[in-house]
Design a protein around this ligand. Structure first.
Ligand code: SAM
Length: 391
């Protein structure tokens, strides 16, 4: 069994919460329980399903035979409880340092001549209901909650707890998706050097920062609707020595950025947290923002199409038990077709897989590919004006 490294090995920066010995031990226990659920309990659910000898036509039929099965219930219970424990532990840790975290964020976010503030909040922004009205993955108050003025509490909880939820697999900076995207770009398109990059739904900027390393000269704009995430994300970037990423409070389905102003538009783990109405609009906005020859790419969990009904059923857990209301619908959507409808030329739309290099090495080894976190991605190149799709 792979064991996560202890929580205290995650990358420390000035915005990270302060923890006691017991709190760290609790986060480590949760991380280990998550790994145990994935590596030890999940195979017992599969074995129990196979013993039933049924051939279901879809994940709904699998659910009918498995919902009351003890192996499934044990796995599901551990997953649900680890998420509840993670959120509760995070709330307790953050709760006693809310004010000091807010003050630290204020100090880091404040602009001065040497380091102009690149945090742009818009208190008049109409935050969509599918963000502001949802306690995503059991996070009380969701991304937008403000328990005090200029709050960063839930963002700090998100940063501290992520390591435990993914069993440490995202690496010390929680940035495996961003590193996976960079590795894919480096391998597949080494000559592609964007001058302006837009991250749609950047959250804390975990997966934005690797792009800065790969493209040191690019202008990077990171957008999110949630002010607490942006306050923390901008401060975290500065605490890590990155002072030149623009963090803007904007709705990714209708940004204020100029049309055809970016060469790379991307998102990581955002599509499943949108809605039926917002998803096509976000893809249309990606298309509007791109210059000819530019690239749009969205990293996500894989669609259900192509997976067997049992795997679909297991992957659908978050939609039923982890307060992810759009999860199931997103994974049933035909994103390729939606990209075409959003305006991209059908020949230039693609699906691919991005694999994160091991965080211990700067380049992945073949061994890493067997076990490293990987993402499904849908993307498209923007046709160059006046050329054919083939050209
Ligand atoms: C699961 S988080 C992922 C954050 C980040 N991309 C990452 O990989 O860590 C989803 C983020 O998308 C943001 N979001 C959802 N809908 C959005 C929209 N229409 N415009 C901008 N941000 C949005 C949420 O506020 C949240 O911060």
């Amino acid at each position: 069994m792979h064991h996560p490294l202890p929580w205290h090995r995650i990358a420390h920066h000035d915005m990270l919460v302060e923890t006691t010995h017991d709190e760290r031990a609790r986060l480590d226990t949760i991380a280990h329980l998550n790994v145990f659920a994935a590596q030890r309990l999940a195979p017992t659910v599969k074995a129990a399903f196979e013993r039933k000898g049924v051939t279901p036509i879809d994940r709904h039929e699998v659910r009918q035979v498995m919902e009351r099965d003890p192996a499934f219930r044990a796995w599901s219970l551990v997953r649900r409880n680890t998420m509840e424990m993670r959120q509760k532990t995070g709330r307790e840790i953050v709760g006693r340092q809310r004010e000091s975290l807010r003050d630290k964020a204020d100090r880091l976010n404040l602009g001065n001549d040497a380091k102009r503030s690149r945090l742009h909040l818009d208190p008049s922004l109409d935050v969509p209901r599918y963000v502001a009205g949802v306690d995503q993955h059991l996070m009380q108050g969701g991304y937008t909650a403000e328990w005090l003025n200029r709050d960063v509490s839930n963002a700090a909880n998100y940063d501290a707890g992520m390591f435990a939820t993914v069993g440490g697999s995202a690496g010390p900076h929680n940035d495996a998706a961003g590193r996976a995207l960079c590795e894919w770009l480096r391998r597949e398109f080494p000559a592609f050097v964007p001058s302006r990059i837009v991250d749609l739904g950047c959250g804390l900027g975990h997966n934005t920062l690797p792009l800065r390393q790969l493209f040191p000269a690019a202008e990077i704009v990171a957008l999110d609707v949630a002010a607490p995430m942006l306050r923390y994300g901008h401060a975290r970037a500065r605490a890590l020595g990155v002072n030149d990423i623009e963090f803007r409070q904007e709705d990714a389905t209708r940004t204020s950025l100029a049309a055809h102003s970016a060469d790379l538009v991307f998102s990581t783990m955002v599509l499943h947290e949108t809605s039926h109405d917002a998803l096509p609009r976000l893809l249309q906005e990606s298309h509007r923002l791109l210059r000819g020859g530019g690239l749009c790419i969205h990293l996500e969990q894989p669609p259900y199409r192509g997976l067997n009904p049992f795997e679909q059923f297991m992957r659908d857990w978050d939609g039923r038990y982890n307060n992810e209301p759009f999860w199931s619908a997103l994974h049933e959507s035909d994103l390729r077709q939606m990209m075409t409808k959003a305006g991209f030329s059908e020949d230039l739309v693609f699906e691919t897989r991005c694999v994160a290099p091991s965080w211990q090495s700067s380049r992945p080894t073949e061994e890493d590919f067997g076990r490293a976190p990987a993402w499904y991605a849908v993307g498209a190149w923007q046709a160059v004006e006046g050329s054919t799709a083939e050209g």
